[in-house]
Design a protein around this ligand. Structure first.
Ligand code: GAL
Length: 995
């Protein structure tokens, strides 16, 4: 460790050294019966604008009576309603000049102080240790006026030996925290910059003869377990006894030299699916440490990543620690609920992006069952802006800091069976310091492979990892014999990378509405065993709870806190919204990765178990038949337990098929009994089969008796003035108006992705920019004709935008057919449209008129929104939702709410039907979708936050003949060509009835 150093005005802040003073070596975060005292709680607090403030506050006798009070753990920028500064969000950018290792003199510095009473009896302890589990970014510690040391490594644990500094009775601890330091250069993760003492502070009495550290490495092979122990303790601690009561193990080691591997006998293995843990204790005469061990062996064999000899497929999430009020402060109850939710959504893996989480999270992962990639706290992405010049990853001055970070990462969490890989960090370029980290891990822990995505050529890591590679590129990586070049690799390096297991450490950027194509990635995993799945970016939005000037609460993102540089809403890219609400993308993920696959045959269903190793004995299978969404039959399916990797085919019951309705068969696998994370009956997997007999759509009538029309007209439930609809079923209604625009999604606004793979994209220009260029958001209409015939009205409009020579012809025909009102809209684009279109639809405005349309019931795909490249979670059925539930509250308002393949729709007001719409398939059997909301696409597009949406006095119903796909171009590929909507002629045909 380096000694304290002072540079002008900023003691220590420009020193890359990881720490100084009485810092103790890294060790496991153990559950011990040795006494400890939490120092969490209220601390006295003072914030200074620079680091150059007198250190007198650390003195024992200093009077902090004028200071404020701040809770520990917390981030000061999230306390005091802005009194202590505000959070800053950047993705890649450094929020300070790139001048390593220096940081500006404007360096918010938080001084913290508290008193504590040394518990009686602690004076007998051999050592007293003060532990900080997380402080951002550089901190220095004094006890009773004596400086005991300091450290960096914000999301890492540090322990200081304070034995000489503490005294019986009252003590005072002072901690100075600088927001910026040299360490900030290596903590440039895409997240909020949140200074403070944000994890626990604890004082530990270390007994004489105590256990300093324990590592119970385990192995599993052919039903048998093995424990390879490592005990760090002085000779006085011995004899040390290992007990695993459930296995009858009681092993006494009389000296350090005695500690040797032992066979644990017949055990059940630990897996993410069946996380079998055994309680173990390691005890000396003065201290007992309790661990929960799981038996498993991680291994790479050729291009396969195996646990217990079987290939692992990661259906993972990148998990940041983030909360709208607490920031990165850990809340165990919330974390547990979060992980239980992951399990319910078929998530089986977590990458702890991009730093070690609170240590308790790993206990939860062991217990609930996740494959964990544990990542070190390291990212230097901002050096990209200067061509990576001066990147710490390749600078010897930073070697100690890098090694210290990985040591603290591995040592703290090494006992967790859930951790199957160590990751050196994220987006830190490449360099010898990373290679040195990897070498250190290999020497220390031969039982877990090393991951680092930035090692593109595979020079020092064990798996090949990429982020956001497109579907074709990912396929190339998985394909034997492919010579397709790999990113930044020579042919030889590429060949070398193809000898390794491949993981997508990030894919499927879940920003806003999207991503699409989850199913395409999943299909690759089953076709190419080298591909081991991946980790969605990311689990949750990072919104910070704040309020608009009128007090309306909302979730803030970059730019909402007066930041000088920021990256806007790029931090809102989770499958959960900031308030824990799962977005439709999470349901899509659940459906795509479901561990049971159903394939229907004639009168049979094949049930394939895609799990790692668990059979299906925890599941029950059931079926039901619906006629137009109404259940008419159902029951259980007899399915024998299917071993992992195998399948069975079972007969299906006779399905009653309706002559005048659609017949759908649904099968489900549900939990037979409650688990730690779901109730009995929780749906794990499902599939549907269409058993309908084909029924012809009513033929469209052609008429020859059209004549010019004017004035008012009534056709059944519709009333018209000058050819335009004014009332429908007794309510004021206008429309249909051609709608080609959707409020751009974050993916529509994106510019990334390989253009050659998607004929929909223009390099460097977002689709949304092209739509605005072509005026899709500002269409105007010129009526060409209004004509009527017996029981019919026809209008022809030419729809186009200012300063554009392109147009769409819209022919709308209202007629009475079989006593019902029919609307037929035919749209045809002029020549010359060159981009994709967001949608081809017609919009109706439904003024509130005292009884607002506030809900919908429909028979079609649901229950959630769906788009052409995100259809896996949608099933055909009968659904109902209030207008508020039909839209998702994305942090930045955007297209939402499209329900695909609608057959029947009833608009409701206070629970009563006001209008019934039946949609006929078009000539090619395609059905329209609908959305119902309180705002037009143009209004939604104009709002940067939900509170900016205007007050609405009308509902808006859009019936879409087609929608464009979602893609994931906010950070990844654009919409895959078959799901891209090209300008084309379409027909929408509806039957309308009152009530
Ligand atoms: C990756 C990065 C993540 C996040 C993501 C985009 O490049 O590793 O931290 O920034 O892109 O949201």
């Amino acid at each position: 460790m380096s000694s304290p150093r002072t540079t002008h005005g900023s003691p220590h802040v420009a020193d890359p050294a990881p720490g100084y003073g009485a810092l103790r070596p890294a060790r496991s975060w153990l559950h011990s019966d040795a006494p400890s005292l939490s120092l969490n709680g209220p601390w006295r607090f003072r914030l200074s604008p620079t680091a150059a403030v007198a250190e007198d506050f650390a003195a024992d006798a200093f009077d902090d009576g004028g200071w404020d009070t701040l809770p520990v753990p917390s981030h000061w920028v999230l306390q005091g309603d802005g009194a202590y500064g505000r959070p800053i969000y950047t993705n890649v950018q450094y929020p300070f000049p790139i001048d390593p290792p220096h940081v500006p003199d404007e360096n918010p510095t938080g001084d913290h102080r508290r008193h504590f009473a040394l518990p009686d009896g602690w004076t007998d302890a051999e050592r007293i240790v003060l532990r900080f589990d997380g402080v951002e970014s550089l901190y220095r510690v004094w006890v009773n006026g004596r400086e005991v040391g300091g450290a960096t490594g914000s999301r890492l644990a540090h322990e200081f030996d304070v034995t000489e500094a503490v005294r019986p009775g009252d003590n005072v601890v002072a901690v100075r925290v600088h927001q910026w330091s040299a360490a900030s250069y290596v903590e440039d993760q895409d997240q909020w910059w949140l200074p403070g003492v944000f994890r626990d502070v604890t004082l530990h009495a270390r007994p004489a003869g105590g256990i300093e550290d324990v590592w119970l490495r385990t192995g599993y092979q052919d039903g048998h377990g093995r424990i390879d122990p490592e005990v760090t303790a002085g000779p006085a601690a011995f004899p040390v006894t290992l007990r695993v009561p459930e296995l009858g193990i009681e092993q006494v080691w009389s000296s350090p030299a005695d500690v040797a591997p032992l066979a644990a006998g017949a055990v059940l293995p630990w897996t993410a699916e069946e996380p079998r843990l055994y309680e173990a204790t390691v005890a000396s005469a003065t201290e007992t440490v309790t661990l929960r061990i799981g038996f498993r062996t991680v291994e790479i064999r050729g291009d396969r990543f195996l646990v217990n000899g079987r290939r692992v497929v990661f259906h993972g999430m990148n998990r940041h620690e983030t909360h709208p009020e607490r920031g990165r402060v850990f809340d165990e109850e919330h974390a547990r609920a979060d992980l239980e939710r992951m399990k319910r959504f078929n998530v089986n893996a977590i990458r702890t992006s991009h730093y070690p989480p609170h240590p308790r999270l790993l206990d939860l992962a062991d217990e609930l069952g996740f494959w964990v990639v544990l990542e070190c706290d390291l990212e230097t992405h901002g050096f990209d802006a200067v061509g990576w010049t001066g990147n710490p990853s390749d600078d010897p001055a930073w070697r100690d800091a890098y090694l210290d970070r990985i040591r603290r990462t591995v040592e703290r969490d090494k006992n967790h069976p859930s951790i199957v890989m160590w990751s050196l960090g994220n987006e830190a370029g490449t360099g010898t310091n990373l290679a040195a980290m990897s070498a250190w891990v290999h020497a220390r822990d031969g039982g877990r492979p090393v991951h680092y995505e930035g090692d593109h050529t595979g020079a020092y890591t064990d798996v090949y990892s990429r982020m956001y590679s497109s579907v074709p590129e990912t396929e190339q990586i998985g394909t034997d014999g492919s010579r397709a070049p790999l990113l930044n690799c020579t042919p030889a390096q590429g060949a070398h990378q193809r000898t390794k297991p491949f993981v997508l450490c990030e894919y499927a950027h879940a920003m806003g509405n999207g991503p699409g194509a989850l199913d395409q990635y999943e299909a690759l995993v089953h076709a190419h065993p080298r591909l081991h799945g991946g980790f969605v970016w990311e689990w949750r939005d990072h919104g910070i709870a704040t309020a608009a000037s009128d007090g309306t609460p909302y979730f803030g993102y970059g730019g909402d806190f007066g930041e000088v540089v920021h990256d806007g809403n790029f931090v809102m890219d989770g499958m959960l919204l900031s308030d824990d609400v799962p977005t439709p993308s999470l349901y899509e993920f659940k459906a795509v990765v479901q561990p049971v696959r159903f394939s229907f045959g004639a009168g049979t269903v094949e049930i394939a178990n895609l799990r790692h190793s668990a059979d299906t004995s925890d599941l029950r299978f059931r079926w039901r038949v619906e006629h137009d969404g109404v259940q008419v039959a159902g029951g259980g399916l007899e399915v024998p337990a299917v071993p992992a990797g195998e399948s069975v085919t079972v007969p299906l019951p006779a399905v009653p098929v309706a002559g005048d309705a659609e017949t759908w068969l649904t099968v489900e696998a549900v939990l037979a009994a409650a688990t730690a994370w779901a109730e009995a009956g929780h749906e794990v997997a499902t599939a549907q089969q269409d058993r309908s007999v084909p029924r012809p759509a009513p033929t469209a009538r052609t008429r020859g008796d059209w004549r010019p029309a004017e004035g008012t007209l009534t056709l059944g439930i519709a009333e018209f003035a000058a050819g335009s609809l004014v009332r429908l079923a007794g309510r004021p209604v206008t429309g249909p108006a051609l709608e080609l625009f959707r409020a751009p999604t974050d993916n529509d606004e994106g510019t990334s992705g390989a253009v050659e793979e998607s004929d929909a994209s223009v390099a460097g220009i977002s689709n949304a920019a092209l739509w605005r260029r072509d005026g899709l958001d500002r269409l105007t209409t010129r009526r060409i004709s209004v004509e009527c015939a017996d029981g019919a009205l026809r209008t022809v409009d030419r729809v186009s935008a200012a300063n554009s020579g392109l147009w769409v012809t819209v022919e709308s025909t209202w007629s009475l057919e079989d006593g019902e009102l029919e609307l037929r809209v035919e749209t045809a684009p002029s020549r010359g449209w060159s981009t994709v279109w967001p949608r081809i639809g017609v919009r109706f405005e439904l003024p509130d008129a005292g009884a607002p349309v506030d809900g919908a019931e429909w028979f079609g795909a649901g229950p959630l929104e769906s788009y052409p490249d995100s259809m896996a979670a949608a099933r055909v059925g009968r659904f109902a939702a209030g207008v508020g539930e039909l839209s998702v509250d994305y942090a930045r308002p955007q297209e939402t709410g499209h329900r695909s393949q609608v057959r029947e729709l009833t608009l409701t007001s206070a629970g009563t039907g006001v209008l019934r719409v039946t949609a006929c398939p078009d000539g090619r059997g395609r059905r329209p979708g609908f959305s119902l909301g309180r705002h037009t696409p143009q209004q939604i597009a104009g709002a940067a936050h939900p509170f900016e949406l205007p007050v609405s006095a009308a509902g808006h119903l859009i019936i879409d003949a087609a929608q464009h796909g979602l893609g994931s171009r906010a950070c990844g590929p654009d919409v895959w060509p078959p799901f891209a909507l090209r300008p084309e002629a379409r027909t929408i045909r509806l039957r309308l009835r009152a009530g």
